[in-house]
Design a protein around this ligand. Structure first.
Ligand code: C2E
Ligand code: MG
Ligand code: MG
Ligand code: MG
Length: 281
């Protein structure tokens, strides 16, 4: 099928594109009521502190079970939620749930565990973003140090001034700020120096390719030492095996996150997991 776009210009749709458009529309429509119907759940994936040999904390990862669409991956629906602004309400729910979980850990006697929360650029662009974050942390009576906000590089490139200022304020009061998926965007090194961040999360594509590609391994070790010179902590995400873990350890990464250590789990599983690792059971 060809569609006329104007004089002599045609665009051709194939079945793949058509199903993508239909799927998008369906997801967008079902997203409208997903929050009020309680279709979201947070999973938590532990991060392991290599030097201290203990759990550092967890990353909260959203899961959506739609009664009609089934399980939809965040890689699929977050973008759509951003385009429809739904991400603002969903993101608030994610942050509040993360704080509730952080409080639960604290009440169990895990005083030092941190909860890392993914934040979308659309959320950061809301005028009340900082107020919301601070109010929610206060509501649960948490220390700012128990929260790490994860943002992607593209976020900072897009809307630098406003976002930069908001993040600086949050960082100054002790909230940790991680640059997620590092290495997949376009940030220059001088730019990295100026960012209000505490943590660099190396993208899992580096970790995956490191073992079979010496250039990627060298690049990864260079990123880690560069980050340390900028006073940043380094997390390796997507660590799936011993070989990758040993390399990150050798190059002095601070934390690992990945299937090698643990998969993301629902709350009822993560609590016993932490208890077990901490030697409580
Ligand atoms: P991300 O923040 O980079 O999260 C890491 C992703 O890697 C997660 O995918 C996680 O399940 C996966 N992962 C963890 N360990 C391994 C491993 O060893 N190997 C491999 N191959 N993958 C691993 P997930 O949960 O599907 O989330 C995908 C992305 O969706 C996230 O990437 C993040 O960008 C976004 N996302 C997830 N939850 C939220 C949320 O609550 N809010 C926002 N704004 N975005 C979210
Ligand atoms: Mg993340
Ligand atoms: Mg990531
Ligand atoms: Mg990602």
């Amino acid at each position: 099928e060809a569609k006329r776009l104007g004089k002599g210009r045609y665009i051709f749709y194939n079945d793949d594109m058509k199903s993508t458009i239909v799927e998008r529309a369906e997801i967008e429509q079902k997203l409208r009521t997903a929050l009020e119907n309680n279709e979201f759940e947070l999973y938590f994936q532990p991060q392991f502190d290599i030097l201290k040999n203990e759990i550092w904390g967890v990353e909260a990862l959203i899961r959506w079970k739609s009664p009609t669409l089934g399980t939809v991956s965040p890689d699929k629906f977050i973008k759509i939620a951003e385009d429809s602004q739904k991400i603002v309400a969903i993101g608030k729910w994610v942050f509040e749930e993360s704080c509730r979980f952080a409080k639960k850990l604290y009440m169990m006697g895990y005083y030092k565990h941190t909860v890392a929360v993914n934040i979308s650029v659309i959320q950061l662009m809301q005028e009340d973003f900082n107020d919301f974050i601070l109010d929610t942390i206060k509501k649960y009576d948490l220390s700012c140090k128990t929260i790490e906000i994860e943002i992607t590089e593209s976020v900072l490139m897009k809307s630098i001034d406003d976002v930069y200022e908001k993040l600086s304020i949050l960082k100054d009061i002790g909230i940790r700020i991680a640059l997620d998926d590092f290495g997949t965007g376009y940030s220059s090194l001088s730019y990295l120096k100026a960012l209000p961040i505490t943590t660099l999360k190396i993208d899992k594509s580096f970790i995956r390719d490191m073992e079979n590609d010496l250039m990627t391994e060298n690049l990864t070790s260079s990123i880690i030492s560069l980050a340390h010179q900028l006073n940043l902590e380094v997390v390796a995400e997507g660590v799936e095996n011993l070989g990758q873990f040993e390399r990150i350890k050798k190059y002095k990464g601070n934390r690992i996150q990945g299937y090698y250590f643990a998969k993301p789990m629902p709350e009822e599983d993560i609590i016993p997991f932490i208890d077990k690792i901490s030697g409580r059971i």
